[in-house]
Every structure is written in C-alpha cells, then in structure tokens.
Design a protein around this ligand. Structure first.
Ligand SMILES: NC(=O)c1ccc[n+]([C@@H]2O[C@H](COP(=O)([O-])OP(=O)(O)OC[C@H]3O[C@@H](n4cnc5c(N)ncnc54)[C@H](OP(=O)(O)O)[C@@H]3O)[C@@H](O)[C@H]2O)c1
Length: 171
C-alpha cells in the first residue's frame, strides 16, 4: 500500500492557524477533491473538527484518543491500527491529509508527497516538516498563477521518496 501525503503549505511551511487553513484557494481544493475522491483519507481529530464533517465519497479515518466514535468515520487510537486496517481492506493508496501532528508522525513512512506550495507568507501555528532533498525527489512541478478566483500564486509539486520509507510499525 502506498502512503501518500497531501498538503498545502506557504513559503515558511505554514499549513494552518487557529485550526483553520491559511487561505481559501479554490484551485487547490479542486485538486484535493479530484485526487482523493473515491479513496481513503486519514486525518487527526483537529483536522476532522476543522472540516466539521466526513469528506463525502471517501472512506474517512480519524485518529483520536479522546473521541471513540464519529458518525461516518472510522476512529482509531493508534496510527498503526489505522494503517493496518487500510492494508487489510485492500486500500492501494492511503491519503494522509493532516494536520501538522499527523504529518510529522507519518512523514518518514510516506512514499509520495502531493505538495501545494502557496507563494505567500501567512501567520501560522501549524507547520509541515522540512522536505530534505536527500530524501525526496521532485517529480513534477506545475505552477499556477493567481487569478480572479485564486488570490495567491501556487505550484502543485509531486515528490517521490528517494530512500526506502520507514516501516509503518516504526512510526
Ligand atoms: N494546509 C493543509 O494542507 C492542511 C491540511 C490539514 C490540516 N491543516 C491544518 O493543520 C492544523 C491542525 O493540525 P494539528 O497538528 O493541530 O492537529 P491534527 O494533526 O489534525 O490532529 C491532532 C490530534 O489527532 C489525534 N492524534 C494524533 N496522533 C494520534 C495517534 N498516533 N493516535 C491517536 N490519536 C492521535 C489527537 O487527538 P485527541 O486530542 O482527540 O487525542 C491529536 O490531538 C489546522 O490548522 C488545520 O487547518 C492544514
């Protein structure tokens, strides 16, 4: 099973503030929807609460030690249990959709990184880890200028891990 991180970060790797996204970027939301629809997404409890509902047409996995049940979601209290459940259910690509806490735990075990770089700087209190060039190879880069709907220029980047990912039981 491929573990794929999906994230949008600003020029300082900021990804959120006050449990919200940094800005409204419809082009990135569209990209996210197209990529993940029909698939399985895994998120932390804060990100789930920020979204406020299960994402439609996707299997939603939520990690939490405080909530045991969320309608429309599968709740896990251990990262490995969630990953093993996805494997057992034949998931081919597990999308890790945040937030900061979850990205940090999964980063070393991920194979693929769908990274939207927003070419601006925002006030942030949640961050994505530094992408080391020795660990990740940039496979494609697709720049998107600002337009009337998208106030900030951004670039869709795809990375593949260069070295072998850590085994998921090491995270
Ligand atoms: N820009 C982006 O692409 C993007 C994407 C997603 C989120 N975000 C932003 O990121 C921020 C939220 O990130 P965050 O780090 O505060 O929260 P988070 O990663 O979404 O959730 C953290 C919570 O998940 C649960 N958790 C984490 N690891 C766990 C584990 N191994 N086992 C069981 N439960 C676990 C805990 O919940 P309990 O406290 O219930 O135990 C923990 O408090 C928001 O600002 C959001 O908007 C940005």
């Amino acid at each position: 099973m491929e573990i794929a991180i999906v994230v949008a970060a600003d020029e300082h790797n900021g990804i959120g503030f006050n449990n919200q996204l940094l800005c409204h970027l419809p082009n990135d939301l569209k990209f996210f929807k197209t990529l993940t629809t029909g698939g399985t997404v895994l998120m932390g409890r804060n990100t789930y609460e920020s979204i406020g509902k299960p994402l439609p047409n996707r299997v939603n996995y939520v990690l939490s030690n405080t909530l045991k049940e969320i309608a429309g979601c599968k709740v896990f209290s251990h990262m490995n249990d969630a990953i093993e459940d996805a494997r057992k259910n034949g998931v081919e690509q597990l999308f890790i959709i945040g937030g900061s806490n979850i990205y940090k735990q999964v980063f070393s075990a991920a194979d693929t990184l769908y990274f939207t770089r927003i070419h601006s700087a925002f006030q942030a209190d949640a961050f994505f880890p530094h992408i080391k060039k020795e660990e990740w190879q940039l496979v494609s880069s697709n720049p998107q200028p600002a337009d009337e709907k998208n106030a900030f220029a951004h670039t869709f980047e795809l990375y593949h891990r260069v070295d072998s990912p850590a085994h998921s039981d090491q995270i």
